[in-house]
Design a protein around this ligand. Structure first.
Ligand code: SAH
Length: 217
């Protein structure tokens, strides 16, 4: 794409984010800084600057940018935060978080997605993301507790190990509901004496699945 056309598309991209409720200047700044193009490969690369989810490898999807923005905004990330993302996918959400947080740990059950995302982080010179292959429903006990946790696949309930790995005062954002239905995006705040939940909006995510994917899945 020629530079003028790219600049034009990026302006429209930011406009679409604002009109869908992404208003936090830090989040908009991060989304302006991180090019979505390199995270979308092949057939759909042309559509990287549209506010739409797109297919990626392993039958997964890169989330809709306005949903990435709204989830990031709901997470209230600060530059001191250690963040866990479950569901690396393309790596786009992790790259946005990396602009705002001190360190991001991101986990995916597909080895191929983790390797491809690492390649993009390296090419972009992003150095504060640690990406790992694993079943993220169990969190990362060695790195816990986390200031912020974001789950980008739908669970029937917020996974217990993730709640346990959230710091007091910490925030978790997770889509909850049946995988083939519309789900609710939930924000959980851990307090001194428990968890406060609020429901943010309807969303649709691929399901949180058990275990590490086999090589050919
Ligand atoms: N955040 C991604 C989109 C994620 S799509 C992005 O910005 O592109 C959801 C991802 O969750 C998929 O890549 C899927 O492989 C992963 N996933 C599903 N269940 C998982 C689990 N139990 N542990 C880790 N990753 C999981």
């Amino acid at each position: 794409m020629d530079p003028d056309a790219l600049a034009e598309r990026k302006m429209q991209f930011l406009f679409a984010l604002r009109s869908r409720g992404v208003t936090d200047p830090a989040v908009l700044g991060a989304m302006e800084a991180v090019d979505r193009g390199p995270f979308v490969r092949g057939l759909f690369a042309e559509r990287a600057y549209e506010d739409t989810p797109l297919p990626i490898a392993c039958g997964q999807t890169i989330s809709q940018p306005s949903v990435v923005g709204l989830m990031t905004q709901a997470l209230e990330v600060t530059s001191r935060d250690k963040v866990l993302e479950v569901g690396t996918g393309s790596g786009y959400q992790a790259a946005i978080l990396a602009q705002l947080a001190r360190r991001v740990y991101t986990v995916d059950r597909h080895k191929r997605l983790v390797h491809e995302a690492r390649g993009v982080f390296d090419a972009m010179g992003i150095v504060n993301i640690t990406s790992l292959i694993g079943d993220g429903s169990f969190g990362l006990p060695d790195q816990a507790p986390f200031d912020r946790i974001i789950v980008t696949a739908a669970a029937e309930d917020p996974p217990g190990p993730l709640l346990a790995q959230l710091k007091i005062g910490g925030i978790m954002v997770v889509p909850v509901g049946q995988s083939d239905a519309v789900q609710s995006l939930i924000r959980v705040r851990r307090t001194e004496d428990g968890f406060d939940y609020d429901e943010l909006r309807a969303v649709r995510f691929v399901p949180l699945l058990e275990g590490v994917a086999r090589e050919n899945d």
